[in-house]
Design a protein. Structure first.
Length: 74
């Protein structure tokens, strides 16, 4: 459980965040275009789709932080 708490704290670590933000913006934007591009262009984005679009950026951020966290722990 301590490991999960430490990972949670690392999500806001100012040393890890800059890289994770860059990765999230690049990967998230690519995934947003792939998964929601047509809906955005056709103005068919529902509330559920916007939540999904937000997760498209949050997940790469969290994965990158996890990778940095594990690397730092070693």
């Amino acid at each position: 459980m301590r490991s999960l708490k430490a990972y949670g704290q690392s999500l806001l670590d100012p040393q890890l965040a800059p890289t994770a933000i860059k990765v999230a913006l690049i990967v998230g934007s690519i995934l947003l275009i792939i998964n929601h591009g047509a809906a955005i262009l056709n103005q068919q984005m529902s509330g559920d789709r916007w939540i999904s679009a937000l997760l498209t950026y949050i997940v790469p951020y969290m994965v990158n932080i996890h990778g940095q966290y594990v690397s730092r722990a070693r």
